[in-house]
Design a protein around this ligand. Structure first.
Ligand code: DON
Length: 595
């Protein structure tokens, strides 16, 4: 009996998801229920039947910036209008978002910037955080050897060495136009921090939720909360004077000023006070790295995406390879048959993610096999068009871990044809919530992306594999997937998203919507999404699917949870006659602007 197997946003229904204990015994059943409860608890609260208005397409002819905050979008556009290239603009947007979108924009976190220049050069700047040298396999376990989620999410132990400043500086040095110095591109961010910005849009929406976490650290409370402990509210101004000074120091002295000297000392002191093990040497030794993007093809389009230590590009290409053999266009957008195949592809890719993916500088990751067409053909043989494959019937490796609630993605194209897709994060909303005293810099809790212990559900009820175990200097596995799709050798689609483990399936669906289902980018970005990450064995679906489709998917054996929204896939589509930008409508304040 399937009654109650999907839930109209009513969490009280969740225990009735229709789960039956597996033959192995009740422990497995309890484990599944715990996983699903943990997973579903992470979903944003279900919104009304029409949770958001569809995105508005913004048209331009030469250049475009789409980011999650309108001031940052404007900063990027002005750089482009003043002769900068897409990388110059991206660097300016990233610094601006660190001020105007402190939930995820950052100096104290990390991410990936995918660059495709008009001359064909492609590069992935990896500025993912690293674990401190003192990190150990067991650093997130308690004295009984059990996983302690507080350590990996809520203490100084969670903080990885921030990569953002080094990454942005590296991108600018190697791929900027040469017209702008780092200080020029940081100037708008400095002014926004010093003069303040109104508390509105997603900043206003997110602060009350984050207030209890920010309140734990006086340096954060001083900036983001009122003296009575309540969050700054609409009508208030967010002034970040310390952050303005830290930015000025970096602008004056260069990026090393973040990693050596007084800023790094303050970061180390604050992290240690919060129970962490970061050292000055860890900061001094941090390097952003240039990597070769992963490449795939899909129905004649070329896919460029993010390599390890992100799992994003590998599994995006794996899913596309599986789906390429099916006539999705004939099956139809959001048809039961197409959704079933997409879900089955997702499940298989995420089972592989759990087992094989980690920091490829420290463990061996079979990237070539995972993105090969022949491997996809093998996986396709295991897909039954009439029945859902139970998660337990797939590979027995550790399942995918889930990652946090906030990250931000932006896309840029300039008039020369250079494209940038950038996704960066503090992991959870406002990261750890810890501000390094006197710097205004919010610090990440990215090390929660490690698999703290094989077989033990992490803070989100998920478990991960040995390849992603914590270790000194190691980069925790990411799902961030900034992606550029080429058509006839030129950038055609620039996309990416926040959304933790859902990032990869969000990007997949944007690509399928524009290629297979011939939707415009505003439709693709707005359309409801499904997600399956192998374990827990549940498909989450945003509102907006036909009731009938949901029932048919259940009849095929899928367990569905309907509700919530996720991601913010700020994307650009470039046609010969027009550039179209679409800011994801799921959060308030995102903006596309072009010229
Ligand atoms: O790197 C990752 O995959 C995660 N730390 C990203 C977290 C995230 O996207 C949360 N956002 N909504």
């Amino acid at each position: 009996m399937n009654a109650g197997a999907y839930v109209r946003g009513r969490r009280s229904w969740i225990p009735g998801l229709g789960l039956r204990p597996r033959p192995e015994g009740r422990a497995w059943g309890r484990y599944c229920v715990a996983l699903i409860l943990a997973f579903v608890a992470l979903l944003p609260a279900a919104r009304s039947e029409t949770p958001f208005r569809p995105a508005q397409a913004v048209l331009a002819h030469q250049a475009m910036v789409v980011s999650q905050e309108k001031r940052a979008t404007r900063v990027g556009l002005e750089v482009l209008q003043n002769g900068g290239n897409a990388v110059d603009a991206a660097v300016a947007v990233a610094f601006a978002l660190a001020v105007t979108h402190p939930q995820a924009g950052n100096l104290g976190g990390g991410g990936f910037m995918l660059i495709r220049l008009a001359d064909g050069t492609a590069s992935a700047i990896d500025y993912r955080e690293t674990a401190p040298q003192a990190a150990t396999r067991d650093m997130f376990l308690d004295h009984n050897g059990d996983y302690d989620p507080k350590k990996s999410r809520e203490s100084g132990l969670a903080v990885g060495v921030p990569g953002t400043v080094a990454g942005l500086a590296l991108a600018l040095e190697k791929y900027g136009s040469g017209t702008f110095a780092l200080a020029d591109l940081m100037a708008p961010a400095i002014a926004l921090a010093r003069d303040g910005i109104p508390v509105e849009d997603e900043l206003a929406d997110s602060l009350p939720r984050a207030a209890p976490r920010l309140a734990r650290f006086p340096a954060a409370a001083k900036i983001f909360l009122q003296s009575n402990g309540a969050a700054l509210a609409p009508g208030d101004k967010l002034v970040q004077a310390d952050l303005a000074r830290a930015l000025e120091t970096i602008a004056r002295q260069g990026p090393r000023a973040f990693y050596e000297g007084s800023i790094s000392q303050r970061i180390v002191d604050s992290v240690r006070e919060a129970g962490g093990i970061l050292s000055r040497e860890d900061l001094r030794d941090y390097r952003a790295l240039e990597r070769v993007p992963v490449r795939g093809s899909y129905r004649g389009y070329e896919i460029l995406s993010t390599p390890p230590p992100s799992s994003g590009g590998v599994h995006l290409i794996e899913m596309l390879n599986i789906l390429e053999a099916y006539p999705l266009d004939r099956l139809g957008a959001r048809s039961t048959a197409a959704l079933h195949l997409m879900i089955e592809a997702m499940k298989r890719a995420y089972a592989d993610r759990a087992k094989f993916l980690g920091d490829a500088d420290q463990v061996s990751v079979p990237v070539e096999r995972l993105i090969s067409k022949s491997y996809a053909a093998e996986l396709r043989k295991t897909i039954d068009p009439e029945h859902a494959t139970p998660a337990g019937a797939l590979r027995a490796g550790g399942p995918a871990e889930h990652e946090g609630d906030h990250t931000t993605h932006f896309s840029v194209i300039d008039r020369f044809g250079n494209a940038v897709a950038n996704t960066y994060t503090l992991n959870l909303n406002y990261g750890l919530g810890l501000v390094a005293e006197g710097t205004g810099i919010l610090l990440n809790n990215e090390l929660d992306d490690f698999a703290a212990k094989p077989g033990a559900p992490n803070a989100f009820g998920l478990i991960g594999g040995e390849a992603n175990a914590p270790g000194p200097g190691k980069r925790p596995l990411s799902s961030m997937s900034p992606t550029i799709v080429l058509k006839d050798g030129k950038p055609w689609l620039i996309t990416g998203s926040p959304g933790g483990s859902r990032i990869i399936t969000i990007v997949l669906q944007v690509i399928l919507d524009v290629i297979d289902f011939r939707q415009d980018i505003a439709q693709a970005v707005s359309a409801p999404r499904v997600h399956d990450q192998w374990l827990p064995d549940v498909v989450t679906a945003e509102r907006g699917f036909a009731e009938d489709t949901i029932r048919r998917l259940e009849a095929l054996g899928h367990r569905l949870y309907v509700g919530g929204t996720w991601g913010s896939a700020n994307s650009i589509l470039i046609a010969p006659d027009a550039i179209t930008g679409a800011a994801d409508p799921r959060t308030r304040g995102a903006a596309a602007e072009g010229e």
